[in-house]
Design a protein around this ligand. Structure first.
Ligand SMILES: *[C@@H]1O[C@H](CO)[C@@H](O)[C@H](O)[C@H]1NC(C)=O
Ligand SMILES: *[C@@H]1O[C@H](CO)[C@@H](O)[C@H](O)[C@H]1NC(C)=O
Ligand SMILES: *[C@@H]1O[C@H](CO)[C@@H](O)[C@H](O)[C@H]1NC(C)=O
Ligand SMILES: *[C@@H]1O[C@H](CO)[C@@H](O)[C@H](O)[C@H]1NC(C)=O
Ligand SMILES: *[C@@H]1O[C@H](CO)[C@@H](O)[C@H](O)[C@H]1NC(C)=O
Ligand SMILES: *[C@@H]1O[C@H](CO)[C@@H](O)[C@H](O)[C@H]1NC(C)=O
Ligand SMILES: *[C@@H]1O[C@H](CO)[C@@H](O)[C@H](O)[C@H]1NC(C)=O
Ligand SMILES: *[C@@H]1O[C@H](CO)[C@@H](O)[C@H](O)[C@H]1NC(C)=O
Ligand SMILES: *[C@@H]1O[C@H](CO)[C@@H](O)[C@H](O)[C@H]1NC(C)=O
Ligand SMILES: *[C@@H]1O[C@H](CO)[C@@H](O)[C@H](O)[C@H]1NC(C)=O
Ligand SMILES: *[C@@H]1O[C@H](CO)[C@@H](O)[C@H](O)[C@H]1NC(C)=O
Ligand SMILES: *[C@@H]1O[C@H](CO)[C@@H](O)[C@H](O)[C@H]1NC(C)=O
Ligand SMILES: [Cu+2]
Length: 577
């Protein structure tokens, strides 16, 4: 036992025990947290609402650890809804039981129950996050995971003066569970959110004088590290600070070559560390920080509002009035549908790929997959009235025309017990059964089939996966998230993927390493990874309504031969269904 070596303000009060373990001369620490899932009244948009939180906090408390540490988090469910928590981006090497997606790696933590998530952070440093992974509970249940470099190790960039989480969220005045339940019932799109938030705050309110603006107080001439997280449910965002520029130094807890930009593009599920060098502006100077969506969806089908917060130079206790915030200029952002801008921006990201932080890109691959993903329809149940895209249909979404049906028990448990019969089938189509012009006009038949289908991979398989966005019912960007792995983004392009002319242009040297990648609207992306983590790993679009509609599947990665290549047995307190 020893006192923490991290600044106490960083650790917060939720870290109640810290232990050191000495291994081969290096130290690793176990960090214990307790998450009480509780209802909490909060006021936003001038209305008080009871929301599901961690320890009464919104956004939730910070989890802080160093690379190499073990993190043990006891989650106690005090609310009337089922809960699970996913540690988004954590590799969960041989700890699939702690990954968190409901009915994939665990049954829910039911009201009154608890479960201990227990995992190590291996080979990752930067910012990740946690969020509920059941229904739409994550609308209010999310928070940052801050992974510092190992003790005595430094950042591969200038030491920041301060580190600040910047978390984007999405807020409904209504209960988000009511919003999604209504959408499921009618088959139509969900009601749009009422505002975006930055660190939980929507900005100066239009309708009341409430103090609902996040303020970032800075000193001139310093370097700040902004730890950015897009926790919004359904929207990719552009972010900008008036009169300032950024240097992106990491994405999804992997370092990138310093990338200078005045605008950040960030998809739901993605994280990024960004340096902000403040200028020698005079005291009390104020600049707006603004975020609003990137979307190619039809006008009216997404929240098209702008969230505002304020960068304040060296101010004391004075608070700027709503009216004076509103008078400041909003920084110009790219057009809502700026697909070319997004393609160019994401093309600029490159792994650091140096001797200390190499990019271990699989140079050859054993299995290749082609996934066409997008929206579609399913029939309306006979006794129901549906308001989907066409008469008497419901919206659906899927991969290779399969809309994934959630099982009613944990896939990982079924896999571990070798009792997949009746739970899942292993016939997920590795290429579309009926190829078509994916970026052409909407095909006549938009119907999808349903099923709980998976792909099985032997341990250590090298995988190449091309994901093709389709224009069925409109072309949209789909930020695909893979659990349990990072992957390398070896290529991307617009239009249809060409299996002859595109692969020779793949970047196998310094591609960006991520856990969530935007499949371009009307385009494709190619990723590679090595299946070296046994378990069942969810892969899904991180736009919550698309996951609800079925844009999801799972990879079953079998055990290897050695004892350190096997999925361990489940913890004793694993919830049951
Ligand atoms: C929230 O506010 C309502 C109405 O004022 C009150 O009845 C309820 O007890 C409060 N809930 C919590 C968790 O504080
Ligand atoms: C966490 O897992 C490690 C490794 O399996 C184990 O030694 C430890 O006892 C676990 N801690 C808790 C609190 O379950
Ligand atoms: C307004 O909120 C900010 C936090 O965002 C806080 O620093 C400030 O003190 C608040 N001002 C008032 C008047 O409540
Ligand atoms: C901020 O940018 C605006 C627009 O580009 C410019 O007019 C203004 O002079 C700048 N302000 C400062 C303090 O640099
Ligand atoms: C979004 O809102 C702006 C006004 O803030 C409007 O000009 C624009 O047309 C809207 N775009 C879409 C796609 O809804
Ligand atoms: C983007 O939106 C603008 C205005 O809303 C429209 O004129 C333009 O055609 C759109 N561009 C694309 C590529 O859809
Ligand atoms: C494309 O991105 C590069 C940086 O990667 C930038 O220098 C250039 O200005 C961008 N071009 C456009 C048209 O946005
Ligand atoms: C429709 O029928 C199913 C079973 O046939 C039933 O479970 C469901 O409640 C019915 N829904 C409505 C809206 O009547
Ligand atoms: C929609 O479907 C219903 C029942 O199948 C049918 O009666 C109605 O005419 C259809 N409406 C349109 C506009 O096709
Ligand atoms: C697919 O459709 C697009 C848009 O209509 C068109 O530009 C393209 O040439 C088509 N591709 C093929 C292979 O037919
Ligand atoms: C789709 O429908 C249109 C109009 O009904 C028809 O002309 C076309 O041949 C159909 N295409 C296919 C591939 O069935
Ligand atoms: C909670 O999960 C259990 C196990 O899957 C399920 O039986 C129950 O219906 C769920 N309860 C709610 C309120 O969804
Ligand atoms: Cu999507």
């Amino acid at each position: 036992m020893a006192a923490s070596f991290l600044p106490s303000s960083f650790l917060g009060v939720f870290l109640f025990l810290t232990c050191f373990v000495y291994l081969n001369g290096s130290t690793s620490t176990t960090r214990h947290y307790k998450f009480n899932i509780r209802m909490q009244n909060v006021t936003r948009l001038c209305e008080t609402k009871s929301i599901i939180t961690v320890n009464g906090k919104f956004p939730g408390p910070r989890v802080v650890a160093r690379e190499g540490d073990r993190v043990v988090i006891k989650v106690v469910n005090h609310v009337s809804k089922n809960i699970t928590i996913h540690w988004h981006g954590i590799r969960q090497l041989q700890s699939a039981w702690a990954d968190g997606p409901a009915y994939i790696t665990q049954c829910p933590i039911q009201p009154g129950q608890s479960y201990v998530y227990n995992f190590t952070i291996t080979g990752q440093r930067g910012t990740l996050w946690y969020h509920a992974h059941i229904s739409w509970i994550r609308a209010t249940l999310y928070g940052p995971i801050i992974i510092l470099p190992k003790r005595h190790e430094s950042y591969p960039f200038v030491k920041p003066y301060k580190e600040i989480p910047i978390i984007f969220g999405e807020w409904w005045k209504a209960d988000p569970e009511a919003v999604i339940n209504q959408a499921i019932q009618t088959g139509a799109g969900p009601n749009n959110s009422d505002t975006y938030t930055i660190n939980g705050f929507p900005g100066p309110s239009k309708n009341c004088s409430a103090n609902e603006t996040y303020r970032l107080k800075v000193k001139p001439g310093k370097t700040y590290l902004l730890r950015m997280i897009n926790a919004a449910l359904n929207d990719e965002l552009f972010f900008r600070i008036a009169n300032h520029t950024f240097i992106v130094v990491d994405t999804d807890a992997s370092y990138v070559k310093p990338f200078k930009t005045d605008t950040i593009y960030i998809a739901p599920g993605q994280t990024s560390n960004v340096l902000l060098k403040t200028k020698n502006f005079k005291p009390n100077a104020k600049y707006l920080m603004a975020a609003r969506p990137y979307s190619t969806a039809a006008s009216g089908t997404f929240d098209n509002t702008t969230v505002i917060s304020v960068l304040e130079y060296d101010v004391g206790k004075t608070t700027v009035a709503n009216s004076s915030i509103k008078a400041l200029p909003v920084p110009p952002l790219p057009q809502i549908n700026a697909t070319t801008f997004v393609a160019n921006w994401t093309n600029g990201l490159r792994s650091l790929a140096n001797a200390r932080f190499p990019a271990n890109v699989p140079q050859t691959t054993q299995r290749r997959f082609f996934f066409a993903l997008g929206l579609g329809t399913t029939p309306c149940p006979k006794n129901q009235t549906c308001q989907g895209p066409t008469n008497q249909t419901k919206f659906a979404a899927g991969i290779n025309n399969v809309s994934f049906t959630m099982p009613t028990t944990s896939l990982l448990n079924a896999h571990f017990l070798r009792q997949s019969n009746g739970v899942y089938t292993t016939d997920f189509p590795t290429t579309p059964l009926n190829p078509y012009n994916y970026t052409g006009t909407t095909p006549n038949n938009t119907m999808m089939t349903n099923g709980t289908k998976v792909v099985v991979l032997p341990y250590n398989t090298t995988v190449e996966l091309v994901m093709q966005g389709t224009s069925t019912l409109g072309a949209e960007n789909h930020p695909l998230h893979l659990h349990g792995y990072n992957f390398f983004v070896v290529g991307q392009g617009s239009g249809n993927f060409n299996s002859t002319t595109d692969p020779p242009n793949f970047n196998l040297v310094d591609p960006v390493e991520r856990n969530t990648v935007g499949v371009p609207s009307g385009g494709w992306v190619a990723i590679r990874f090595r299946a070296d983590n046994p378990g069942v790993w969810f892969m899904h679009c991180h736009i919550e309504i698309h996951i609800t509609w079925g844009l999801r599947m799972a990879w079953v990665v079998n055990d290897g031969k050695l004892s350190n290549q096997k999925l361990p047995p489940p913890p004793a307190d694993l919830p049951t269904c």
